[in-house]
Design a protein around this ligand. Sequence first.
Ligand SMILES: Nc1ncnc2c1ncn2[C@@H]1O[C@H](COP(=O)(O)OP(=O)(O)O)[C@@H](O)[C@H]1O
Ligand SMILES: [Mg+2]
Length: 337
Amino acid sequence: MADHDLNQRALVDALDEPALVIEGLTISVANPAARDLLGQAIEGRDIRLAIRQPELLEHVLSGHPGDLDVAGIGDFGRPWRVAVRALDLGTVFVRLIDRSDNLSAEKMRVDFVANASHELRTPLSAVLGYAETLADDPHLPADTIASFGRTVRDEAGRMLRIVEDLMSLSRIEADRFVAPEEMVDLRTVAKDAIANASTMRGSKKCEIVVEAPKKLPKVRGDRGQLVQLFDNLVSNALRYGCDKPGACVEVKLRAAGSRVEVSVIDHGPGIPRDHLPRVTERFYRVDEARSRESGGTGLGLAIVKHIVERHRGALAIDSKVGIGTIVTVTLPTAVNS
Ligand SMILES: Nc1ncnc2c1ncn2[C@@H]1O[C@H](COP(=O)(O)OP(=O)(O)O)[C@@H](O)[C@H]1O
Ligand SMILES: [Mg+2]
């Protein structure tokens, strides 16, 4: 065997994705991934016998370099991109690239745009409807005008909150690989968030109890984002977990090794098991009407999840129907804090 054959095999074998070298009509090299996909005995065989997928076979036989997207190779219905490149006269190099991840990311993007448009269109239609009535009918009684005006204001406010949350999400995502640099004391962050939440508490007489040790290690973080994280968790606890008389929301901070653990605890209705894995998805709500009534955008926990990811932390949601919900965020402490 010539040296270059050896190098060629070593290179093809080193690839994680299925790869083949085809000389004329014979498969001269097939790496382990290609053998797993197309059959263990394909090396040395005629491609017309080894490759059953007609489009793929035609693409390879054509001998023209190029890419082709195909499905139906191997046992699973995975989508593949087949890249054919000429190596030498009559010799081609074929690589199969698994496209499942790309396609599901693409589908998520399409769904997200559709959902966001839908979420914005609903309040926008209401604003337009009421504004048209106000503009077209000069004889409306004063209390009707006032009531329509309030609806327009509320619906426009909802749109603004959705747009602000969407902008937050995209900023957090854009900074995903930028490590946060501030040294943040989570006790002061908790205080700020609770002060913010108190303004939204309105008529609800729900106490917020904070439990934190005097000395808590600082975390390396983005202070603004961490305030937002606390804000979202505390406002969920107030919004969904404070109906019972005498109910309180607890915010607990504690050091745990090289991490700080934050728990926001409520004694509300809880989140049914089936919904739990989905509540961090954008626009996912367990009770749509309730979320809307209380001014929710359906983006709060998605924002929390992204902030936690950016901080290399962990998020756990533990909930029992009829008992309550505990959301725990664990963040790495800053070295030398
Ligand atoms: N503490 C909680 N108790 C019960 N349900 C909750 C709680 N936190 C979140 N949820 C549920 O998860 C959904 C998603 O939460 P979130 O992303 O913050 O959106 P929203 O804007 O609706 O609050 C909420 O609509 C609600 O159904
Ligand atoms: Mg929320």
